[in-house]
Design a binder for this molecule. Structure first.
Ligand code: ADP
Length: 487
């Protein structure tokens, strides 16, 4: 791997605590493999609860210093980190594609997207502003100040190995908090490379700590972090099931929590939609990262009048997607992350076909084998099929037809999830009504791409709690303190 990097020292296999690279006791390690080839690419330190306790103590110590730096000082260090990430985009992208599988161009896009949160929150660090409410008694004055919440934990998933980390820790450290990150066991290398750059940028020891661990040790570490009264905030992105566990585990210590959980995004094509534009949006929203994002469209509701035209053009565009190793030029869809992910996709497709869905294109494992799955479209889909209510996390687009706006909105809202939603229409009245009626945290209108650092990202219902990014994102990591001053 080192040979593929311009700067081989970005490849790290040890964990990162208190500004130094640490090994697990008895040098226990777990393997990281390339999902495109099955090759071993790293042997990463397999930490446990003991090291988690050390990280908590270290983060608590560092908090006493970091919180007392001015916002401007924190901003300047974070800005250096941002610059170093941008300078090393290529290497960070290569590491990401090797461990995660997404095409190199998508990896580069994620590095830049991830860095945008560091730049944004570095700027916001200078603008933490309290308030002086007008008094209710002439012998008193009131002050509301904002202070960092304390030691924060971030547990992150494999689908965005870089951006899910920066989106959580940038607002935390900008606010003056210190953080402990437990990256996904499938993609720890991107996290460790970010830590190396944080070190070079001058982020002080203990402000950012990374606990790498395999699946079993992640559960044990999760328990330790949740049980600690020192940890005041937990931010998690991943499955709804694990989110529930972490929420329950955080109850005894009454932690503040932020959860970005599963999604099941509806994508509605109304009868007045610009079909070509809807097709381009559908491709981006559905097939990016092989369908493995929580904002990927998972259900396509298409008006009966435009169903034939949309399906034909959509199928043509899907057939142009080039599946392959993300490191190869021209590849637009990589493998699925692991065998279990492939099996879920196969289960969803088999279930739909057995209940009357029709295959428009794809529908099987690619000729490349492994976990490569053909980009797929199913039509005649009905709401009794698994795919219409369980998150697929794969490159399969199920098409369901509808006949009225009310029906489309009702079907779209029939979900326990509420993260992203999309629709295409050119009618201003319909756009307003649909945007208001959709029970989702995010609504993409005439676009399939919605994420950026200036907009609040997050879901309603069982898709989670809180918002990341934007001017609202830092409040998560700040406590309000009310000071009542007698004159
Ligand atoms: P995904 O379905 O995206 O793999 P998971 O929710 O299984 O998502 O995992 C997301 C993150 O949560 C990973 O870092 C994983 O190690 C971690 N994780 C999974 N189960 C637990 C648990 N019980 N306690 C703490 N962390 C966990």
């Amino acid at each position: 791997i080192r040979k593929l990097l311009k700067d081989p020292s970005l490849f790290k296999e040890d964990a990162f605590i208190n500004g130094v690279w640490v090994k697990a006791s008895a040098d226990s390690r777990f393997s990281v493999t390339n999902p495109a080839t099955g090759e071993l690419i790293g042997q990463v330190s397999n930490l446990g609860p003991q090291e988690a306790e050390i990280a908590i103590a270290v983060a608590e110590g560092a908090f006493q210093h970091w919180k007392n730096k001015t916002g401007k000082e924190r901003a300047s260090i974070m800005r250096k980190w941002f610059d170093l990430i941008i300078q090393n985009t290529q290497d960070l992208a290569v590491l990401m594609t090797l461990e995660q599988g997404k095409p190199l161009t998508e990896s580069k896009g994620e590095v830049v997207y991830g860095a945008s949160f560091i730049e944004w929150f570095a700027e916001e660090a200078k603008r933490i502003t309290g308030a002086i409410p007008s008094t209710t008694a002439n012998d008193k004055r009131f002050v509301v100040m904002k202070q960092p919440i304390g030691v924060c934990v971030a547990i992150t998933p494999w689908n965005f190995p870089n951006a899910m980390i920066s989106r959580k820790i940038a607002p935390a450290i900008a606010a003056g908090c210190t953080v402990i990150i437990k990256p996904a066991e499938l993609t720890p290398l991107s996290a460790l490379a970010l830590a190396e750059l944080a070190l070079r940028a001058g982020i002080p020891p203990g402000v950012i700590n990374i606990l790498t661990a395999d699946a079993d040790q992640s559960v044990a570490i999760g328990k330790t972090l949740c049980a600690s009264p020192v940890v005041r905030h937990l931010s998690f992105t991943g499955s709804t099931e694990v989110g529930r566990i972490l929420m329950a585990q955080s109850a005894p210590t009454v932690k503040k929590i932020a959860l970005e959980l599963g999604g099941h995004a509806p994508f509605i094509v109304f009868e007045d939609a610009d079909i070509d534009s809807a097709v381009s949006g559908a491709i981006l929203s559905k097939y990016r990262n092989s369908g493995q994002t929580c904002v990927c469209a998972n259900r396509f509701y298409v008006h009966k009048k435009v169903q034939a035209a949309f399906t034909e053009k959509f199928a043509k565009a899907v057939q142009e997607i080039k599946v392959g190793n993300g490191m190869d030029a021209g590849v637009s869809q990589g493998p699925l992350i692991e065998k279990a992910a492939l099996e879920k996709v196969e289960r969803h497709v088999a279930d739909a076909l057995s209940k009357g869905a029709q295959l428009v294109t794809g529908g099987k494992v690619s000729t490349l084998g492994g976990t490569f799955y053909e980009p797929t479209i199913l039509s005649n889909v009905t709401s009794d099929m698994l795919i219409t209510y369980e998150e697929t996390f794969g490159p399969v687009a199920p098409i369901i037809t509808f006949e009225s706006d009310e029906e489309a909105i009702r079907l779209a809202n029939e979900s326990q999830f509420g993260l992203a939603s999309y629709f295409y229409s050119r009618d201003i009245g319909r756009i307003w009504k649909a945007a208001e009626a959709l029970e989702y945290g995010i609504v993409g209108v005439n676009t399939g791409i919605i994420s950026n650092e200036v907009a609040p990202f997050g879901g309603v219902k069982q898709s989670g709690l809180g918002r990341e990014g934007s001017v609202y994102g830092m409040d998560e990591y700040l406590e309000l303190k009310y000071v009542c001053l007698g004159l």
